[in-house]
Design a protein around this ligand. Structure first.
Ligand code: HEM
Length: 354
């Protein structure tokens, strides 16, 4: 009996084996060939490609223009700066400001306004002089304009373009930038004056710790802790934020306002990131201050508008200062400001004019 498979079957087997062999050969040979060709190409690579790669990575060339990095055509750190600004910095600001708004809404709903205990007495005492009120509102209004224009520049692409469209946003952004750049130095004057002239109101006092432990009387409805002319909340957050964040914002703002002063681009980029981060944190804190001043604490705004506060408000929030005023030992001249005048008669306890 013939055990050999039929001829046709043998041919098929052989064809199959040859097929497998060819596939294996091609799958090894082809990548090897491609790699070899690429290696040959790299040996004869276009030197201009290397040149442009170096330019892209910030290599310095030659330029007759003078100034730091004038001979660097492309500073690739600019891309890192852009990613940091539009990513973590802008994101941090949005989360911080958004959280503060939510917190204030919750506080307002759950706790409500801090009312004047026993209602208004109908008698007022002078608290802020005309000079100090003017200084406050000059600085506050500039702060608000700078915050609106600054936020428009940072978040405009994401928030305003879909709303205004490209052309209207371009016109607004150009205007906002101009306003921001020119009003910055004017705001710096207000910041410096407040820091210098109001320092004496914001020095630490023995009673501050008790006030902090009692949460400033803002939480719960217990007795308001003892307090002098300024409470530690104002000292730490309002004045303190101006001392730390205000100085950072103003100093970096000056660097940004004068790009033609010779300085490395890295200084400019770092200043911009610091300026944004500090300003965003400051705006977040000032949202709390504005809420408390406008609405949260009944009777506080009057002091900054007319210069006078109700006696019951003074007794409730600043009892130690109130006692001094009553005993005639308060630093009223200090309170009335370096220029004096403006808050009406310094005589305490006169009928309300508010
Ligand atoms: C609508 C906005 C604002 C309102 C309603 C407001 C209201 C007030 C009020 C009522 C006081 C006096 C509190 C007291 O007598 O104890 C005050 C103090 C103060 N405000 Fe404002 N303010 C506003 C915006 C600002 C802004 C934007 C800034 C900063 C740039 C600012 C900085 C200050 C400072 C530094 C004090 C004194 C706090 C201290 O010395 O500790 N205010 N504000």
């Amino acid at each position: 009996m013939d055990n050999h498979p039929p001829m046709k079957l043998r041919r098929r087997r052989r064809a199959f084996l040859w097929g497998v062999l060819m596939i294996l050969t091609v799958s090894v040979a082809l990548p090897t060939a491609v790699t070899w060709v690429a290696a040959q190409d790299a040996e004869h690579a276009n030197p201009r490609a290397e040149f442009w790669r170096a330019v892209r990575q910030g290599a310095a060339g030659f330029s007759t223009v003078r100034g730091p990095q004038a001979n660097v055509l492309i500073d690739s750190r600019g891309e890192d700066w852009r990613l940091l600004r539009n990513g973590p910095v802008a994101g941090f600001g949005a989360v911080a400001m958004g959280s503060m708004v939510v917190l204030l809404l919750l506080y307002s709903i759950l706790h409500g306004r801090v009312r004047i205990e026993g209602g208004r007495s109908g008698r007022t005492i002078p608290r802020w002089s005309l000079f100090n009120r003017t200084l406050h509102w000059y600085t506050a209004i500039l702060f608000i304009v700078l915050a609106i224009t600054g936020l428009s520049l940072l978040y405009g692409r994401a928030v305003l373009i879909p709303w205004l469209g490209l052309d209207a946003f371009a016109a607004y952004a150009a205007f906002a930038k101009l306003v921001h750049n020119y009003l910055g130095p004017a705001f710096a004057i207000g910041v410096v004056l407040i820091l210098v002239l109001w320092l004496r109101f914001n020095l630490p006092e023995k009673t501050d710790w008790q006030w902090i432990k009692a949460g400033g009387g803002l939480l719960g409805r217990g007795r308001h802790p003892h307090c002098g002319f300024m409470n530690p909340g104002e000292k730490i957050f309002t004045y303190g934020s101006m001392l730390v964040l205000g100085i950072v914002v103003v100093a970096t703002g000056f660097v940004l306002d004068f790009p033609n002063v010779p300085q490395p681009r890295a200084t400019y980029q770092l200043s911009q990131l610091l300026h944004d981060a500090a300003a965003l944190l400051w705006i977040t804190i000032m949202l709390g201050h504005i809420y408390l001043g406008l609405w949260g604490v009944e009777g506080a705004l009057e002091g900054m508008v007319s210069g006078e506060v109700d006696e019951n408000w003074a007794r409730q929030h600043h009892d130690l200062w109130y006692e001094q005023v009553k005993q005639g030992t308060a630093t009223q001249e200090a309170i009335r400001g370096p220029q004096g005048g403006g808050a009406g008669t310094p005589e305490p306890g006169r009928p309300s004019t508010v």
